[in-house]
Design a protein around this ligand. Structure first.
Ligand code: ADP
Ligand code: MG
Length: 325
C-alpha cells in the first residue's frame, strides 16, 4: 500500500459540510454565517514525548483529536472540521485501521469533518488542526476574570498523571484503579458541550492540559488578577479516589495534591464566573451533562494562593508541566 492508497482507504470519506474534502490540493469549506468567527487551533502529539511507544492505536486516534477539540471547547466554539498531518514510521494496516477508527468515531460524535492533511514517513507524529465557529464577541478568553469571581473546574483532575506515575513505575496501583486512570490519560473527554453552554456565563476559560495551577496561572496573568484555591476540594477531584478504601489508602495526600494540582493531560475546563451566575453555571453543567466543581475565588492581589481543609495557607509548590523546563 502506498501513500495515496493509505489516504484513500483510511482517511477519505464522503464530504458532509465541506464543499470539497480530501483528495485535491485544498479542501473547500463553506463560508461561515454572518456574525460568526472561525476558531482555529493546532496540537501535536509526539511519540516518546506525549505518549509511549505501543500506546493503543484506537485511543491514540481519539486523543489526537480530543486534545484539539478541547481547545475549541475552551473557547466556547462549535467544531466544524479538521486536518491531519501524520508522520508514520511504516504502513501498518492494523494500526491504521484502529487509529482511524478511534479518530473518526470522536470526529463523528462531534460532527467534525476530516477535510485534508498530509502523510509522510518519519517517527510517529500526529498533528491536527481543528476549526470551529463561535459568535463574534462570545468566545471564552483567558483575559476576562474579575476579582470576586468563582473559579470552577469540570469533571475530574489528576487521574492522567496518576496513570503516568504508575506506568513509569514510580508508584503501584491496583489493576482496576490503573485501568480507570489510564483511560483518562489515553482517551480524555473534550468538554465541547460545556464550553458552548458557558458562552455568556463564564468570564474566562481555558482547558487544563499542563496542570491546573500552571494553566490557571495563564488566566491570572491574562486577566491581571490573583486567586485562592481550596486544595481540600481539588484533592477530591481525582476519580481514582472513588475506587474504594483499599485503593485510596495507597494514595497519600502529597501525591493526590501533586496529581490534581500539577498533573497534566486532564483536558478539563477551568473557568471563572461571577457569583451572581452560579445558577447559570449549574444550568450549563446540567445542559451539557458535565459535572463542575467550585474550587476557589479570583482576588485582586496577583499570585496564586492555596489553602488546606482548615483554610490555612499551603506552602508547597506544585510545578505544572513545561516541555522545555
Ligand atoms: P499535496 O501534495 O497537493 O499537498 P497530498 O498528496 O499531500 O497533496 O495529499 C493528497 C490529498 O490527501 C490532499 O487532499 C490532502 O489534504 C489529503 N491528505 C493527505 N494526508 C492526509 C491525512 N493524513 N488525512 C487526511 N487527508 C490527507
Ligand atoms: Mg498539491
Amino acid at each position: 500500500m502506498g501513500e495515496f492508497d493509505l489516504i484513500a482507504r483510511y482517511f477519505t470519506r464522503p464530504v458532509r459540510r465541506a464543499a470539497l474534502g480530501v483528495g485535491d490540493d485544498c479542501a473547500l469549506l463553506a463560508a461561515l454565517a454572518p456574525g460568526m468567527r472561525l476558531a482555529v487551533s493546532s496540537d501535536m502529539l509526539v511519540q516518546g514525548r506525549h505518549f509511549f511507544a505501543g500506546t493503543d492505536a484506537r485511543r491514540l486516534g481519539h486523543k489526537a483529536l480530543a486534545v484539539n477539540l478541547s481547545d475549541l471547547a475552551a473557547c466556547g466554539a462549535r467544531p466544524l472540521a479538521f486536518t491531519l498531518a501524520l508522520a508514520l514510521p511504516n504502513i501498518d494496516a492494523a494500526w491504521l485501521e484502529d487509529f482511524a477508527a478511534g479518530l473518526l468515531a470522536l470526529a463523528d460524535a462531534h460532527d467534525c469533518e476530516l477535510v485534508g492533511g498530509d502523510t509522510t514517513q518519519g517517527p510517529l507524529n500526529i498533528c491536527i488542526t481543528v476549526m470551529g465557529e463561535v459568535p463574534a464577541g462570545q468566545a471564552l478568553l483567558r483575559s476576562g476574570a474579575q476579582p470576586g469571581d468563582d473559579i470552577y473546574v469540570s469533571g475530574t483532575l489528576g487521574d492522567a498523571r496518576l496513570a503516568l506515575e504508575a506506568l513509569q513505575g514510580h508508584i503501584h496501583l491496583a489493576p482496576g484503579v490503573l485501568a480507570g486512570a489510564q483511560q483518562r490519560l489515553e482517551a480524555p473527554t473534550p468538554r465541547v458541550a460545556l464550553g458552548q453552554a458557558l458562552r455568556g456565563v463564564a468570564t474566562s476559560a481555558l482547558d487544563v492540559s499542563d496542570g491546573l495551577l500552571g494553566d490557571l496561572g495563564h488566566i491570572l496573568r491574562a486577566s491581571g488578577v490573583g486567586a485562592c484555591i481550596d486544595t481540600s476540594v481539588t484533592t477530591k477531584l481525582i476519580a481514582a479516589n472513588a475506587c474504594g478504601a483499599s485503593a485510596g489508602a495507597l494514595l497519600d495526600l502529597d501525591l493526590l495534591r501533586q496529581c490534581t494540582l500539577a498533573g497534566g493531560d486532564d483536558y478539563e475546563l477551568a473557568f471563572t464566573a461571577a457569583p451572581a451566575a452560579r445558577a447559570s453555571v449549574a444550568a450549563a453543567a446540567h445542559a451539557s451533562a458535565t459535572p463542575v466543581t467550585r474550587i476557589g475565588t479570583i482576588e485582586s492581589t496577583p499570585g496564586l494562593r492555596l489553602i488546606d481543609a482548615h483554610g490555612l495557607p499551603l506552602v508547597q509548590r506544585y510545578a505544572s508541566f513545561d516541555h522545555f523546563a
